[in-house]
Write a protein that binds this ligand. Structure first.
Ligand code: HEC
Ligand code: HEC
Length: 322
């Protein structure tokens, strides 16, 4: 923060507090010329205004609030660049210039770690690591086949899921448009323990290019959609679907398979099961074919670490394997 803004904030804060103090003082004095408890000479519908002083408890509370504010400002940062008597800080990022702020912060964090200076956040993380580290290490040492039978571990996995995965997959893990349901046994990439773990560790990029990247004319899309509807076993127009099947043979099968049952290596969905990632209405299917789709599942290896991913894997597996 530049020193102008630092002074500006400090002066403004102190002037406002001083103003509160003076206002309170002024209001506590009887300057009306009327004795306390006597009528001010105003009457509203027969209700008289008396010259009563501010209640004592109320004024004292106000004074205590002012003193508390001043002590707080002295101890903690708040007045511009002033760091506070306690040296408390919520982060170990340095206060740098706009341009230098990232590099400054990285350097400040490194320095703080080297000197063993822990700010509140670091302390909490360190404390949590010390407390829960051994528990997670023990979980990681347990094979997934065993871990899925440990109710305590599944509970921990469930909590981690809510914190990290629910925003996309839903708190009940049932997903929504574009975000797969993890509670059924219909998998894009595979539902074996090891596959689920790979998915979470490294992430996935589903890639369906517009029109499958094939020489397909816009006029063929309605037929393709009709054929996809037929594949999922629903009522359809036979002539249109037959046309669509011809177009499908131009190359859709390369990813979705000759039997259209999908391909787990590239996450191409099974088109015959009437379970939809993006939606099974003709309109949505046409949209998928015309514009393609590219669902992204982020990688969690570096965010959560393998220990936590291990526990979440057990939880996700348990959702469809009761
Ligand atoms: C930013 C949104 C987002 C978040 C957060 C997210 N996912 Fe995903 N996830 C996706 C998408 C999108 C897909 C489908 C990728 C595709 O279309 O190929 C997916 C796919 C998956 C799959 C594969 C499902 C299958 O059918 O094979 C699993 C398992 C999974 N996610 C688990 C998790 C877990 C566990 C977490 C939390 C650690 C998580 N996801 C967090 C978006 C997300
Ligand atoms: C290069 C491989 C590839 C080709 C070729 C391809 N697809 Fe796909 N398709 C995918 C993938 C991968 C997805 C899933 C996309 C995602 O996860 O975001 C997908 C998704 C779909 C979906 C959505 C399914 C759902 O559950 O919502 C439909 C429908 C579909 N493809 C039809 C077709 C048709 C028809 C063709 C031929 C014109 C075609 N695809 C060609 C890879 C392919």
């Amino acid at each position: 923060m530049s020193s102008f803004w630092s002074v500006w904030i400090s002066v403004l804060s102190l002037v406002v507090i001083a103003g509160c103090f003076l206002l309170l003082r002024a209001c506590s004095k009887n300057t009306t010329g009327v004795k306390e408890g006597e009528s001010m000479g105003h009457s509203f519908d027969g209700i008289e205004e008396l010259n009563n002083p501010l209640p004592k408890w109320w004024s004292y509370m106000f004074y205590i609030t002012i003193v508390f504010g001043l002590i707080y400002l002295a101890l903690f940062p708040g007045l511009g660049n002033y760091k506070g008597l306690l040296g408390w800080t919520s982060s170990n990022q340095s206060i740098g210039t706009e341009q230098g702020i990232k590099a400054d912060s990285a350097a400040a964090i490194e320095l703080a770690a080297k000197e063993g200076r822990y700010v509140q956040y670091d302390q909490e993380v360190k404390h949590a690591d010390e407390k829960y580290g051994p528990i997670f290490a023990a979980y990681l040492a347990t094979p997934l086949e065993e871990l899925v039978k440990n109710p305590e571990a599944l509970k921990v996995g469930g909590r981690l899921f809510l914190q990290n995965c629910a925003q996309c997959h839903g708190s009940d893990a049932r997903g929504s448009k574009g975000f797969p349901n993890l509670t059924d046994s219909d998998w894009l990439y595979g539902g074996e323990l090891a596959t689920i773990k790979t998915t979470i560790m490294s992430g996935r990029h589903g890639m369906m290019p517009p029109k499958g990247g094939l020489p397909i004319d816009d006029s063929e899309i309605a037929g393709l959609a009709e054929y996809v509807v037929k594949l999922s076993g629903r009522e359809h127009d036979e002539t249109l679907a037959a046309q669509g099947q011809g177009s499908f043979m131009k190359g859709c099968f390369a990813c979705h398979g000759m039997d259209a049952k999908g391909n787990k290596f590239m996450g191409a969905p099974n088109l015959t099961d009437d379970v939809w990632l993006y939606g099974g209405s003709r309109g949505v299917i046409e949209e998928t074919i015309k514009h393609g789709r590219a669902g992204v599942m982020p990688a969690w290896k570096d965010v959560l670490g393998e220990e936590k991913v291990h526990v979440i894997t057990a939880y996700v597996y348990s959702l469809s394997n009761k």
